[in-house]
Design a protein around this ligand. Sequence first.
Ligand SMILES: [Ca+2]
Ligand SMILES: [Ca+2]
Ligand SMILES: [Ca+2]
Ligand SMILES: [Ca+2]
Length: 330
Amino acid sequence: MSNCHSSVLPLMTLAVIAVTLAVSLPSAQASPAVVKADSSHKYSGDRVYQHDLSDLDHDEDEDEDDHKYDHEAFLGKEDSSKFDKMSPEESKANLGKIVDKIDKDNDGMVTEKELSDWIDYISKRYVTEDSRKQFLDYASSPADKLSWDTYKARNFGKDTDEATSKSMSRDQRRWQRADRDGDGMLNLAEFTDFTHPEEAPHMRELVGLETLEDMDKDKDGGVDINEYIADMWTPSAGEQEPDWVKTERETFSNVRDKNKDGRLDQAEIASWIVPEDYNHVEAETRHLMSQADTDKDGRLSRQEIMDKYDVFVGSQATDFGEALGRHEEL
Ligand SMILES: [Ca+2]
Ligand SMILES: [Ca+2]
Ligand SMILES: [Ca+2]
Ligand SMILES: [Ca+2]
């Protein structure tokens, strides 16, 4: 079975991924959008912004991670671990309340659209809440607007060494890109695009540009094969090039460098690190439907969801690992 939820990543390298969460906190110290490749052994997937619904692996083996993945996609990470501690009765009661929320038109049936809207909402909740929290560090109300000067004063102070001023111009450029209505201020929605540009289609090219600037050591405006490899692998003395690096060389030429000019430009980098070709929300919706739509009418009745409550949420009794453990003891 294919690893459908991780299709943006080559299978062979899954084991070495330190999962890069789509988290970026603007600050003077770090280049916000960029995942630093400072260790000598990385691979190109480390630069990819994961648009996944959980940092767990999801495949069709039906192991513990798969159940947790479904629970995290359906509930979010935090609520998912709360459910794991509930009794089956409590867990079902709370699932019932969630079904009420998902079933927007209150007809007692959850359609595929209602389910995918819910999973989409859950998947964006982290970004929404994180940005709101950061916003309220500067503003007293979510209805406020932030000026660049307020942000700048807080993050960069009066110190202007070279690194700081570089970092500051980068943030300012991103600020301007996020300022959709061009009034010089960021409202909460615009600030969300500023803090999580990887989530906003109109910020995607800029995320590519920021990464290009990081990787383009000779400053010729493109990332060549040497810059690409140097970003993920620095050989120790006498070390032979490992096979995964050879594979990355092929990936550079065959996949990344789309126009075959030997260099990656901003757009080529964007399509690599902010992939938009795979819809995790849709895939997870179809997966949950296939698991629970017992009568195959394309909708989930409340009863179908309750019957398969362990697919959607955890509980003490449905903790898959524990259940297996107990089984072996019998
Ligand atoms: Ca604005
Ligand atoms: Ca270059
Ligand atoms: Ca190219
Ligand atoms: Ca059904």
